[in-house]
Design a protein around this ligand. Structure first.
Ligand code: NAD
Ligand code: GLY
Length: 365
């Protein structure tokens, strides 16, 4: 804890681009003071109407009290607006406001806002600084950290983007109180991913605290957000641009992205798709003799206890398969899977036999 407030701090270790992640309660009112340490120029707060209505006034007040000139750009709420058109509108607003290279974008919202705002910051005048204020569990444990920013293209998710690290991440756990249940639970999909792929202790903790987690107990959330950010910082510090190790964070995503696409990016939340994708990945690992069935069962049981889906809708298995070939994680139509080999360990498998992949998909339908 530091600064006399209930807060923990981590650093994403990227040499001269290292940045802090601050995690705690009642942190929004400090965002002005912390942002003023980055710039004395203008601020563009990017958010959506849902989040802005809840937290916009508090954030803008804090920024203004720190002596900063504050402007705002709101994008409509929804994954379908994470696109180039909305990004260009934000860029247009920044140009109208004559934002310069010292100006700072403040992303206030979930993963959609954070990804788009970060991307706008990455391309505006070849890149300006940005601060992430993630307000969903998914964004606090995953998307606000690590600098993957971007938007969707009609042909695929996150197909347009960049690596652009934020200067600061502020994860205020109080914002999680207002999340719709389904959005909260979706974030837990990414939380479980860290436990399955990387950290047995985290997985055990999740199993032992399901009740408190579902009640959004603050001490529990502090532990979870801190641990997930610690793991992600460690991985990103070693492999910022996903040349190798960082791919572990995609456990469940290759299948998951295909399910999201088949659901028209409306039917499944990202974390739900990751949960179903993790179960399919575990089934595939079983087919390949890489994991014991009782470990798969543990993964499945934890996801179910956290109200996450473990069975996907009745999509055509061939469609799920071909959906993966168009994914950014596939290169030259070669499929690479991150598969669990137990709780807290993983391996990468290239081009497994298609029949085994289809068998794994069918088991989850
Ligand atoms: P989201 O941003 O759509 O937020 C979910 C819903 O919650 C929205 O309706 C939003 O308005 C609302 N909301 C946000 N904060 C709220 C709050 N505090 N109270 C009440 N409502 C609130 O979805 P998400 O799950 O946060 O993020 C999903 C996105 O993140 C996807 O586009 C995914 O591709 C991306 N993502 C990116 C990375 C990365 O590394 N960049 C990693 C994982 C996921
Ligand atoms: N969410 C995967 C990554 O950031 O690499």
């Amino acid at each position: 804890m530091s600064e006399g407030i209930a807060m923990q701090e981590l650093t994403v270790p990227l040499k001269d681009r290292s940045y802090p992640i601050r995690i705690g309660t009642d942190l929004l009112s400090h965002c002005g003071r912390w942002t003023a340490q980055i710039t004395s120029s203008r601020i563009l707060v990017i958010s959506n109407p849902t989040v802005f209505k809840l937290y916009g006034a508090m954030v803008e007040k804090s920024l203004q009290e720190a002596g900063l000139e504050v402007h705002r750009a709101l994008i409509p709420d929804g994954e379908e607006y994470k696109n180039m058109e909305e990004t260009l509108q934000v860029v247009d607003r920044a140009l109208q406001l004559h934002l310069d290279r010292n100006s700072v974008v403040v992303a206030l919202g979930g993963g959609v806002v954070g990804d788009l705002a970060g991307f706008a910051a990455a391309i505006y005048q070849r890149g300006i600084s940005f601060v992430q204020i993630p307000t969903t569990l998914l964004a606090q444990v995953d998307s606000s950290v690590g600098g993957k920013v971007g938007v969707n293209h009609p042909r695929g998710k996150n197909m347009i983007g960049a690596f652009h690290q934020p200067r600061l991440v502020i994860a205020d756990l109080n914002t999680l109180d207002t999340l719709e249940e389904r959005d909260y639970v979706s974030g837990l999909g990414e939380v479980v991913k860290y436990g399955v792929a990387w950290d047995k202790d985290l997985f055990n903790y999740l199993e032992e605290h399901t009740g408190q987690i579902m009640q959004r107990d603050k001490a529990c959330l502090q532990h979870i957000v801190y641990e997930c950010c610690r793991i992600k910082s460690e991985i990103v510090g070693q492999d910022e641009q996903e040349k190798g190790l960082r791919a572990v964070l995609n456990l469940g995503h290759t299948f998951g992205h295909s399910l999201e696409k088949l659901g028209g990016y409306r039917d499944h939340r990202h974390g739900e798709a990751v949960a179903m994708g993790m179960v399919i990945a575990a089934y595939l690992a079983e087919e390949l003799g890489l994991i014991q069935p009782q470990e798969t069962l543990r993964i499945r049981c934890l996801l179910q206890r956290l109200d996450l889906p473990v069975q996907s809708p009745e999509y055509d298995p061939e469609a799920v398969y071909s959906g993966m070939l168009g994914d950014k994680k596939a290169s030259h139509d070669q499929l690479r899977f991150v598969l669990p080999t137990g709780i807290g360990s993983f391996t990468m498998v290239d081009n497994p036999d298609k029949d085994l992949v289809l068998k794994a998909i069918k088991r989850a339908i």
